[in-house]
Write a protein that binds this ligand. Structure first.
Ligand code: DGL
Length: 274
C-alpha cells in the first residue's frame, strides 16, 4: 500500500467525551497513528435516542471523518456500535469497527462461571446486542444487562469522585452485585471514567471489563491485515486533532483530565451539514 494511506489518520467518534477512553488506549497501543476525534457534544446523550436517529448521527459523523481522509473509523460509543454499526459498515468504503464485539470477547475470556453482567445506556441495553454477540461466542453464558442512564451526565459534569455518584452506583448496581456474575462489562465508553468507584462498590469477586483495551487490539489487527499500519518513519510525532459539535472549551478542559498529554484546542464542526 502506498505511503499516504499508511500515514492517514484513524477517525474515532463518540457522543461526547466518553470515546476519549478509547483514544487513550489507541495512543498507548498504536503510538505512531494519527487520530481525528469527533465528540458530538451538541447532541449527547445518544443513549436515550431512537435507532434511526443514532444511525443518522453516525452517518453524518462518518461523512465528516471521511472528509478528513481517515483510513479507518472506530465507533468509540457502545450505543452507536450496538445500533448503527451493522448499517454503516456497508454504506461506506472505509473499514469501520465498534466496541461491542471486542468488549464481549474480553468478557467471554474473563468469566469462569459463565455469568456476565453488562451495564450500558438504555438504548444499548434495549438493543440486546451484547447478549446477542456473547451468545454467538458461547451460547451457554448467562448475561444480565442493566441500564444506568445517569452515569453519563455524572461523567459529563465531572462528578467522578462525588458522593452523589457513589449513591447512584449503589442504586443501579445493587441488584447485579447480588447475582453470581464474575465479570461485568462497562458497556458505555463513559463508564470507565467511573471505574475506580464501580470497582470499589462491586468488590474483588467481579472482574470489571473495559472494552477499550480489546478495541485498540482489534484496531491493530485490522490495520495489519489491511497493510495500513503507520510505522512513524515519515512523521515521528503523531498528530491528534479534536472536533466537537458544541462547547469546545468545556471539552478541552475535560479532555485534559483524561488524556496523558495536553490538548490545546478542539474545533467546532456544524455536523448537520454532513
Ligand atoms: N458513550 C456512549 C456509549 O458508549 C453513550 C453516552 C450517551 O451518549 O448516552 O454508549
Amino acid at each position: 500500500m502506498e505511503r499516504d494511506k499508511r500515514t492517514a489518520p484513524i477517525g474515532v467518534f463518540d457522543s461526547g467525551v466518553g470515546g476519549l477512553t478509547v483514544v487513550r488506549e489507541i495512543t498507548r497501543q498504536l503510538p505512531n497513528e494519527n487520530i481525528i476525534y469527533f465528540g458530538d457534544t451538541a447532541r449527547v446523550p445518544y443513549g436515550s435516542k431512537s435507532r434511526d436517529t443514532i444511525i443518522r448521527f453516525s452517518e453524518q459523523i462518518i461523512r465528516f471523518l471521511k472528509s478528513k481522509q481517515v483510513k479507518a473509523v472506530v465507533i468509540a460509543c457502545n450505543t452507536a456500535s450496538a445500533l448503527a454499526l451493522d448499517t454503516v459498515r456497508y454504506e461506506f468504503d472505509v473499514p469501520i469497527m465498534g466496541v461491542v464485539i471486542p468488549g464481549a470477547r474480553a468478557a467471554v475470556e474473563t468469566t469462569k462461571n459463565h455469568e456476565i453482567g453488562v451495564v450500558g445506556t438504555d438504548a444499548t441495553v434495549q438493543s440486546g446486542m451484547y447478549t446477542k454477540i456473547i451468545h454467538q461466542m458461547n451460547s451457554e453464558i448467562h448475561v444480565r444487562e442493566k441500564a444506568c442512564p445517569l452515569f453519563v451526565p455524572l461523567v459529563e459534569e465531572g462528578f467522578k469522585e462525588h458522593v452523589v455518584t457513589e449513591e447512584i452506583i449503589e442504586y443501579y448496581l445493587e441488584s447485579l452485585k447480588k447475582t453470581n456474575i464474575d465479570a461485568m462489562i462497562l458497556g458505555c465508553t463513559h463508564y470507565p471514567l467511573l471505574c475506580s468507584k464501580i470497582r470499589e462498590y462491586m468488590g474483588d469477586r467481579i472482574q470489571i471489563v473495559n472494552p477499550a483495551y480489546e478495541t485498540a487490539m482489534d484496531l491493530k489487527k485490522l490495520l495489519k491485515e489491511k497493510d495500513m499500519e503507520n510505522d512513524g518513519v515519515e512523521e515521528p510525532v503523531s498528530r491528534y486533532e479534536f472536533y466537537v459539535s458544541d462547547a469546545a472549551e468545556k471539552f478541552v478542559n475535560f479532555a485534559n483530565t483524561v488524556m496523558p498529554f495536553d490538548i490545546s484546542k478542539a474545533n467546532i464542526v456544524n455536523i448537520e451539514e454532513y
